[in-house]
Every structure is written in C-alpha cells, then in structure tokens.
Design a protein around this ligand. Structure first.
Ligand code: AHR
Length: 624
C-alpha cells in the first residue's frame, strides 16, 4: 500500500528541474542540429580540401581574403579541361535532401579575369544521378554574395553538392553554403527542424551548452571561446573538435566546430524551446583527461581574460543595447535581453587546480552580477567512489549549485534512488549535469531507460535539494559517433527517440509544482518489491501526479491510500512505458519498439488500486 497525502504540499519542484545538455559530440552540431549541409564551407580545415573533391584546376589561396578570420578560399581556372573545373562536397557523411523541398545555396565570389563567369550547381547522388541543376553567374572583381534556390526532385540521404565552372576564366569562391529553407522556427542560420523539435517536445526547463569536454579543449588554444562564436557567421574562426576521434580512439581528420551554431544561436534556441539558458565556460584549464602539462593551465594570476569572458557573456545576454556586448546581441537581431540566470564555471575539473581558479570567478561574478547563480562542479567520479572531495570546497565558496556527473551501471542507478535523501539541506543545490545509465554494452536499451526512471524518482522526492538534471549526451549521428548511449540518434534525414528519451519526456511533461509525501510502511519507495515511486501535485492544473517504476518481472497490485482527495472517482490518464525484453531498443528502421502508451483511468479516493505491469514506468495523472 502506498500512502499519498495531497494536502501536505512539500518542496517546490523548480521549473528548471528537467532540462537538456547539448555538446558537439557524435556530430551533434555540425552535421546534426546545425542545419548547414556543407562540410568545411570556408576551407579552414587543416587540409583545406577536407570534405571537398576538387577537379580540374583548383587551388587554395589566402591573399586579399573575403573574411579575415577565415582567410582561405579557392581559386578556379577553367581552360577547357577534359574533366571541367569545379569541386564537389561530401557533406557530413552525405548531404540529406528531400524531394521538392527548397534549399538556399550561396557563396561569396569574385572574378579574377575580365567578364562574367557562369557556374553550374548540382545535387547528385553517389551514382552521379543529377537531382537538381541551377546556374549562377558572377561578375565583378570585388567579393560579393550570390545565391540560388535548389529544389531537388528526389529524396536522398547521401547526396553531394557539385559546382562546375561553365565559362573559361578564373574566379575565387569562399563560404560555400547550402541550407534547408525550412529550419526550426524558420530562423536564418537555424537548426535542423526535426532535431530541434524533438528538443522542444521534451519540454526542457533548462538548456546547458556548449558542452562538457569541448569547453576545455585538448589544450588551452583549442578551448571553447564564446567570443569566437558570435557576430557574422562567415567570420567566426573554426576550431578543431576535441572529439576528433571515433569510438574507441580511431582518429577522425575532419571533426571541426564551424561555430555556425554559436552562443547567439544557443541563447535563441533556448528561448525557442522555452528553456532557461545555462552556459558553461572554461575556468582556465584544458581537459584534465587529455593533458597534464602544467603549461596547458592558465596561471591563477593570469586568469583575468577568462573572468572577463564570463562577465562579458552576462553583458552579452542581459546587458542594455548601449553596452558593448549588449549592442552586439542587438545587432545580431535580439535587442531584448535573453534573461540569463545561471552560469557554470568549469566542466568536470578536479583538484585544487580547479578550486583555486574557480574562486576568483565566483568573487568577480558576485561583485558585478549578484543575481546570477554560479555553478561549480563536483568533478568526475568512477564507479564505487563518491563525490566527497570538491563538495566541501563548493560549500565554502558558497556556489549556488554543484554540477555532478555520473555515467554508471544499472545497479548503481537503482541504488541511487536514495542518493539525495541524505544530502545537506543547507548547502548548494544539486545540478545533475551529466548522467546516463551505462550497461556493459553501452547501448540505449530499455534496461537503461527503466533504471534512469527509477533513479529519477529520487530527484523528484528530493526537489528541495535537486534543482536541475540533464541527461548526457543528447545527440549521435548513426554514421559518426564516438560515445554512447545518447538520447537521440539521427541520420541525414530522420531521427529516432530512444526509450531514455521517453523517460525524460515523461518527467518533463509531468513535473508538477510541488512534491507530496508518498510512503510504503512509512518509508519512501526506493526499491522495496522492485518498486520506485514519487508523487507531486500540479497547483496550476489541480492534478495529482504519481510516477512508479516497476523493475521486477511480475505484475504488482498496489493500493493507493489517497489522503486529501475528495471521496469518489478522479478522472485522468496513465502513461506507461513498457517492454517485455530489457534489451528492447528503438532504431532508425524500427523507431517505435518502445514508446509510451496513454490510457484513460479513474482513481477512486480515498482508496484506489492499480496494477503495475512488469518492467514498466507508469505516470498517473488525475484531477483533484
Ligand atoms: O558527455 C560526454 C563527456 O562526459 C563530457 O564531455 C564530459 O563532461 C564527460 O566526461
């Protein structure tokens, strides 16, 4: 029997409680969420032809560039070569195009020889079948932008873009771009519509960006610097991605961050999906896993530029349009402030290297922006260890929240349902910033989703301590990934939501406003009879919400003793995520193997009975 007392309204559940965390890993940004379809559009990879196949007479130049921070461009000379002269782009493991949809093709160009020069622009498949042909004529010796709309006649996941010179002469081309016209919320330089919609559909309370390890970089030179990611997109200098290898550790040569998805776009996306923005900034350390060279740490007395980056970011997000960084935000199209409330300093750092750097950030941010909540970190933890080194330091520094990361076994997750019951109620709050259940095969099976659902009952029951949680990582391209499990998998045309996604969605959509007590024999339900449970009320809709994970292989009949509800029947729904096989998965070909099923129910107060399916996560929602 579960005793639930609807009258005893407990801790508020923060609107930020169930959020998302984005990192450019597994081709999550370029080739993923960021809708640009051309790889290495500005020829700035270490191999400037990375992603391109030139044919005929094509060279790379840097003299009088169009964009000073991205100085490379290509020079094409056509003199009736047998092959023709031009170049072909492979996209990100191909270019995904859809029949009859419109794509904006553009480049910057100038002629070197006299007279106009014509180019043919094609979308082709690997068999050289042509899906679309358009022509663009350029004229003039100054750099100028030219565009044309492409409308392919076929759908293809692995198309290529081909540019062929049709006139004899010499011309320069730069920043060659292909963008679907349909982006999320129709934003120019926007997001792939289906992927961003999947984020919005989670109802995330918070959006943490731009990542974990990529914030740190493999060394300080390749750390994430937000100021390089704002302003005109053509002039954002690219950066090698710290995840420039495949799992397990085979080198990619072509994983860069174009920064087309930069801090302006992150803030705008947060607004578009209704989530509070939560940026993470470098604290003066490069990735401690990659690098123990002390030269790769910024000395504490030289941290000022890093601290300025944090202060300037707050001005960029919230400052008046008359301020330096507020003006840039307005110039980029958003005069209203983004209303930033949180900032995280350092990702998953450890030791005194971290604490002695974090402290001056905390002081400077508190002094200038006392209302901004500062997030510290508890460092990485291996299975069997606990987060006890950095927490006392975080308390001493009085950070507002502590970012905890755990990628652990299913057993750890089930035991972890009790984790926050014993946390100090007076210290900083918890931001579970990266977590995912990792079984030995590291696949997104139903087993992992169920373990996470059970574990998350502990977040909700302890909503007075846990204020934010974000699963990690968010995205993975099926043809280009180095880390799993991940919440959403995609190819160049479609996506698949994992069972883990549905668990996050069920929590996000059924968060409630306040916890209410739910006990079995006066104890919270944290694994007795394989059950994990929590209850909340939603004061806005006047509903009771009960979440129960049954990790056992038997049906369970549970009596609900519903104190505080008026006697009689209470209508509502039950949503159940269930699979009879713990190894069940959703795949691109079979995306609906494990999906939530909603049914109508009535719970009779004061005593109702429910039957929980084996291996299931159920969310009951009934009117008071
Ligand atoms: O989510 C993948 C990585 O895990 C993050 O980049 C890092 O913070 C953690 O180690």
């Amino acid at each position: 029997e579960f005793k639930i007392d609807v009258q005893q309204t407990g801790a508020p559940i923060q609107s930020t409680m169930y959020g998302i965390f984005f990192e450019d890993i597994n081709f999550g940004a370029d080739g993923g969420l960021y809708a640009e379809l051309i790889k290495n559009r500005s020829f700035e990879f270490e191999n400037p032809f990375g992603g391109w196949v030139p044919f005929g007479n094509v060279t790379v130049q840097t003299k009088s560039p169009c964009f000073d921070k991205n100085p490379h461009y290509v020079r094409l000379s056509c003199n009736k070569e047998l092959t023709g002269t031009g170049l072909d782009n492979e996209g990100f493991k191909g270019i995904g195009i859809k029949a009859e949809e419109k794509y904006d093709f553009s480049f910057y160009a100038r002629t070197v020889t006299n007279g106009p020069i014509k180019f043919r622009i094609n979308l082709v498949n690997s068999g050289h079948d042509i899906y679309e042909t358009k022509e663009v004529e350029i004229n003039g010796k100054d750099w100028k932008k030219y565009s044309v709309v492409l409308t392919p006649e076929a759908t293809e996941a692995h198309s290529r873009l081909r540019i062929t010179m049709l006139t004899q002469g010499t011309a320069d081309l730069e920043h060659i771009s292909l963008f679907p016209q349909k982006t999320f919320n129709n934003r120019p330089n926007g997001m792939r519509a289906d992927l961003a919609q999947a984020l919005k559909d989670l109802k995330p309370g918070v959006f943490r960006f731009p990542g974990g390890c990529i914030v740190e970089g493999t060394n300080l030179a390749t750390r994430y610097q937000w100021k390089n990611t704002v302003g005109p997109v053509e002039n954002r200098p690219i950066n090698i991605n710290r995840w420039n290898y495949t799992f397990p550790h085979k080198k990619f040569s072509d994983y860069y961050q174009s920064y087309g998805l930069g801090f302006f776009e992150y803030f705008q996306l947060s607004e578009d999906i209704g989530a509070e923005p939560l940026p993470v900034l470098n604290c003066g350390l490069s990735c401690q896993y990659e690098n123990d060279d002390p030269k790769e740490n910024c000395p504490v007395d030289k941290l000022q530029p890093y601290i300025d980056d944090a202060l300037d970011l707050i001005e960029f997000a919230n400052g008046p349009v008359t301020s330096k960084w507020g003006k840039l935000r307005a110039d980029m199209g958003h005069p209203a402030p983004f209303n930033l409330k949180f900032i995280a300093i350092g990702n998953e750092q450890w030791g005194t290297l971290f604490t002695e750097r974090l402290e001056p950030f905390v002081k400077a941010i508190r002094a200038k922006y006392p209302d901004i909540k500062v997030i510290g970190s508890s460092g990485p933890q291996a299975e069997g260890e606990d987060f006890d080194f950095l927490w006392p330091e975080m308390k001493r520094m009085k950070v507002d929240l502590v970012d905890e990361h755990f990628y652990r076994s299913p057993e750890w997750f089930l035991n972890g349902a009790k984790r926050y019951d014993s946390y100090d109620r007076n210290g900083p709050k918890v931001f579970a910033g990266e977590y995912a259940c990792h079984p030995n095969n590291r696949e997104n099976s139903f087993l992992t989703a169920l373990a996470e659902a059970a574990f998350m009952t502990g977040f909700e029951r302890n909503a007075d301590v846990v204020h934010i949680c974000t699963y990690a990582p968010l995205f993975a391209h099926v043809d280009a990934w180095q880390w799993r499990p991940d919440l959403i998998w995609f190819d160049n045309l479609s996506l698949v939501k994992t069972p883990n996604y549905y668990v996050q969605q069920l929590y996000g959509h059924n968060a409630g406003t306040n916890v209410v007590p739910l006990t079995m024999q006066n104890e919270p339900v944290t694994g007795q009879n394989d059950l994990y449970a929590t209850a909340a009320v939603d004061k806005n809709t006047n509903e009771l919400i009960i979440k129960i994970a049954n990790t056992g292989i038997q049906n369970r009949k549970v009596k609900l003793d519903l104190n505080g509800l008026s006697g009689g029947k209470h209508k509502g729904t039950v949503t159940v995520l269930h699979a009879s096989d713990l190894e069940a998965k959703n795949t691109i070909c079979k995306p609906d193997q494990v999906v939530p099923v909603v049914s109508e129910i009535e719970l009779e107060a004061p005593a109702a009975e429910v039957v929980l399916r084996p291996l299931s996560f159920s969310v009951y929602r009934v009117a008071f």
